[in-house]
Design a protein around this ligand. Structure first.
Ligand code: FPP
Length: 274
């Protein structure tokens, strides 16, 4: 498969052969992490803003797309690691509804990479018993991407392990708008009355319907903002922000985040427990 970047063609099959090397390297990294965090202190749902692919590449004198490629490697590593240690839900911010403002060649590359990932990753998703789902608006995504997304969702629907949710063409505000439209229609149809709307009903009409709220939100590359990601759902999430760029994020960085989380005291607005 070839993709165009700024007039140059990038061969994704070449990337695949480099990829074996990278995966091997990452596996070695994973092996050296000693997971000594008690299971009950691990988050059930981790959400990640995967930022810094472009900066990682630029700092190395590479094209931005190289950063996305390495970012895809990190996705593989972290999905595998989270599934291995028994995380219930992992939500990854892959493409925001605002990302369409990027140059066309980068958009084309990201969409091809995504298709490639969805196809290549299916056997591993099945092997690891992962349930796959997508959060976001379907409009604006190509038929090819939609088909691959739907196939992975359908194929893994009966799996009972970790849920992997990719936020694609996702924006928290559009998610809230979509849920309000649904509730408005239910009122018009006489199926509910306005007074019956409560927090649970709103949660049940978000793209994340059926998923628990994230316990931990990780953001890479150091920016101190939420970037329109799961704004309703992260109300009580613990935040962990690292300067590490997403392509350099690995099992060790994940361990640091989870170890830090395991020592946090969550009060949900209540008082310190003794
Ligand atoms: C942020 O980096 C990353 C993205 C907008 C895309 C995320 C994509 C990946 C991690 C790779 C592909 C993933 C899959 C699942 C196939 P940025 O480009 O905003 O970096 P910058 O802020 O340094 O410019």
């Amino acid at each position: 498969m070839t993709v165009k970047d700024g007039g140059q063609l990038t061969d994704l099959s070449k990337i695949e052969s480099n990829h074996a090397m990278e995966t091997h390297r990452d596996e070695k990294t994973i092996d050296s992490v000693h997971w000594d965090i008690p299971r009950e202190r691990l988050p059930n749902h981790i959400a990640i803003i995967m930022d810094g692919n472009g900066r990682w590449a630029t700092q190395k004198g590479l094209e931005r797309i190289e950063g996305h490629l390495r970012g895809m490697e990190t996705v593989r590593t972290i999905v595998e690691e989270c599934s291995k240690i028994g995380i219930g839900y992992l939500t990854l911010y892959c493409f925001s509804s605002e990302n369409w403002k990027r140059p066309q060649h980068e958009l084309d590359f990201l969409m091809d990479l995504l298709k490639h990932y969805l196809i290549e990753e299916r056997p591993l998703i099945m092997k690891q018993n992962i349930r796959f789902r997508v959060l976001g608006r379907r409009e604006s995504l190509s038929v090819e991407v939609l088909n691959e997304m739907d196939e992975s969702t359908r194929m893994s629907a009966q799996n009972s392990g970790m849920t992997l949710a990719l936020a694609l063409n996702y924006g928290s505000r559009t998610e809230i708008v979509d849920s309000l439209r649904q509730l408005g229609n239910l009122i018009l149809q006489g199926k509910i009355v306005p007074d019956s709307i409560d927090e649970e009903m709103i949660s049940n009409h978000l793209y994340t319907q059926g998923m628990p709220d994230p316990d931990l939100l990780i953001r890479t590359a150091g920016e101190m903002r939420l970037s329109n990601f799961l704004l309703w759902q992260i109300s009580y999430a613990e935040l962990w922000i690292t300067p590490v760029h997403w392509p350099d994020f690995n099992a060790h960085t994940l361990y640091q985040a989870l170890n830090d989380y395991s020592h946090r005291e969550r009060r949900f607005g209540g008082l310190k427990s003794n």
